[in-house]
Design a binder for this molecule. Structure first.
Ligand SMILES: [Zn+2]
Length: 113
């Protein structure tokens, strides 16, 4: 998998995108219509929160920011924001995928107002 790209699944009938392959489209009800594709790992911050109490594997990382990122094609995903960018996180900020870490995408802030 390319580091800066997101692997997504898109319904060939209605264009709905998801991060998890599905046998059935909940939007247009097509069956087996999902195909995988790589899209640019870019988006904007839809909402975010700061985590102070984390599960065991992320204990060393607190406090950290978890954000809902809105990507092209109405795809929303949950991601962590790079620690050094914590101060720049804002709703509407442009973010870029850095890597997938511990099953969670890690984004950096590329533009903020
Ligand atoms: Zn569909």
């Amino acid at each position: 998998m390319l580091d800066s790209k997101l692997l997504v699944y898109q319904c060939q009938k209605c264009g709905r995108r998801t991060l998890i392959p599905q046998g059935y489209c909940t939007n247009c009800r097509a069956r087996n219509s999902f195909h995988s594709l790589h899209v640019p790992g870019e988006g904007t911050v839809f909402s975010y929160t700061e985590i102070h109490v984390a599960e065991e594997r992320l204990k060393e990382e607190v406090p950290y920011i978890v954000a809902v990122i809105e990507c092209e094609g109405e795809l929303r995903l949950m991601a962590r924001i790079r620690r050094e960018d914590s101060e720049q996180v804002a709703i509407g900020a442009t973010v870029e995928l850095v890597e997938w870490k511990e099953d969670t995408p890690l984004f950096k802030v590329s533009q903020y107002s």
